[in-house]
Design a protein around this ligand. Structure first.
Ligand code: GDP
Length: 440
């Protein structure tokens, strides 16, 4: 995410970090680089200019020239300003309606349907809501089908009316249906066009008037940079929407949309989409995003993701197994699956401070565990629960079955043994000892 921008900002600060004595010239030079980095990220010219102006004022106000660590202070000021630029505070979603009606708007291909599914899934699993998805694209039957597929994936009912060409009527009927079936959130997916046009605007405006949504969300593909900002403006003029959803932030996005949109429409970014899977949705936190842009990682989000996947009962079962020396490869496989649910590997690495920069050229994909999984899948149930029985001939068979080598099988077995030992140690007195050691 925003690798290029992060790199350039890092280089900009390099000037300040390297010099023993800081002069006004250095500061000016750094700010020029910062501005260039923002422009390259496709941030609007005026916004970039204002940004560096504010940073300069703050830097001079805080006597950046005389502090012990000017580089760090500048990074802090830039971080605060980036946070402010992206809206400052985290703004949640309003779920106060009975039912709450959420209207999705945006161009075709922006990711509306995918996001509708993600949001339904998020509200269902994180907020215990009973959700209804509504398909209002009366022009493209394929769009309704796509929504149905998404609904099925997340286990949420999809309301559609085949043959009805009136999206206003469909959405009104959908809300009635929601009330009759005890749903408390209705997400209306609307038809988008490839570009802003009057017919689309009139249609969504009519739906908006008819259903009075608590939340109208504008969905935008973050890869589209400044265009995204212009589209946002056009939609906001008509709908006065509540919030923005930035999709496709997992791609090679330059960052312009994320950094410019708030200033232009004065509406918060509420959610981001970071992948095609239904779990790839995050609440947008401006400060955490600023940290990520500056290569400081996002440990808070990483821990949150881990906690989301943490299943207390499962953890207790595993603890018992470890204590009884029964932790086997099936349990190991389950652990891997949990890690995979946390998100794509590259995205996770980006949340570890410093790791994003280090790993940016390394190609880590979601198949990082593929070899390990294949090896485990080639083991018999007995071998999985009693790895001790795996002798030379079994190793040969497992390697052949999984399309790996005996060395790879050996390596996994070795790692597994080490891990089991360590877990055992953590469980017993060793864990406490280790904690004591860490506390110093
Ligand atoms: P709609 O026309 O606005 O409903 O857009 P879709 O939901 O059909 O999305 C268009 C394409 O973008 C699809 O291929 C989606 O899988 C893809 N997409 C949507 N959101 C994301 C995202 O956050 N990341 C990535 N990589 N792809 C996405």
């Amino acid at each position: 995410m925003f690798n290029n921008l992060s790199d350039k900002l890092d280089k900009a600060f390099h000037v300040l970090k390297g010099h023993g004595k800081i002069t006004e010239v250095n500061v000016a030079e750094t700010l020029k680089e910062v501005r260039r980095a923002l422009l390259d990220a496709d941030v609007n010219f005026k916004i970039a200019k204002n940004f560096t102006k504010t940073v300069k004022e703050k830097a001079l106000g805080q006597d950046v020239l005389t502090t012990l660590n000017p580089g760090q202070l500048m990074v802090k000021i830039v971080k605060d300003e980036l946070t402010a630029l992206m809206g400052g505070e985290t703004v949640g979603i309003n779920l106060s309606g009975t039912p709450t009606v959420i209207l999705m708007s945006g161009l075709q291909g922006s990711g509306k349907t995918t996001f509708s599914g993600k949001l339904a899934n998020y509200l269902k699993t994180k907020k215990a809501k009973n959700v209804l998805l509504v398909g209002c694209d009366v022009y493209r039957p394929a769009a309704i089908n796509q929504l149905k597929v998404v609904g099925e994936q997340v286990g949420v009912e999809v309301y559609a009316e085949e043959g009805n060409q009136n999206p206003v009527e469909i959405s009104q009927n959908a809300i009635k249906h929601a009330k009759n079936t005890g749903k408390n959130v209705v997400i209306i997916d609307t038809a988008g066009r490839l570009a802003v046009d009057d017919a689309m605007m009139t249609e969504i405006s009519n739906i908006h008037k008819a259903v009075s949504p608590q939340e109208t969300l504008f969905v935008v593909d973050s890869m589209t940079g400044q265009d995204a900002v212009n589209t946002a403006k056009a939609f906001n003029d008509i709908l006065n929407f509540e919030g923005v959803v930035l999709t496709k932030l997992d791609g090679d996005t330059r960052g312009g949309a994320a950094l410019s949109i708030k200033s232009v429409v004065n509406k918060p970014i509420k959610f981001i989409g970071t992948g095609e899977k239904m779990e790839a949705i995050d609440v947008f936190h401006p400060n955490r995003m600023a940290d990520r842009i500056l290569g400081m990682g996002d440990v808070v989000s990483l821990v949150e993701r881990a906690q989301e996947q943490y299943d207390e009962e499962e953890a207790r079962k595993i603890q018992k197994k470890i204590a009884k020396n029964q932790f086997g490869f099936d349990d190991f496989l389950k652990q891997i699956q949990q890690i995979k649910k946390m998100g794509n590997m590259k995205d996770l690495m980006g949340m570890i401070p410093g790791a994003g920069k280090m790993m940016k050229d390394v190609d880590i994909d979601d198949d990082a565990f593929k070899g390990i999984e294949a090896i485990i899948h080639s083991m018999t149930p007995e071998e999985r629960s009693e790895p001790k029985v795996i002798n030379a001939s079994r190793k040969k068979r497992i390697a052949k079955g999984s399309g790996t080598t005996i060395q790879e099988v050996n390596q996994l077995l070795k790692q597994f043994t080490q891990m089991s030992k360590m877990m055992k140690m953590m469980q017993g007195g060793g864990g406490r000892q280790m904690m004591q050691m860490m506390k110093g």
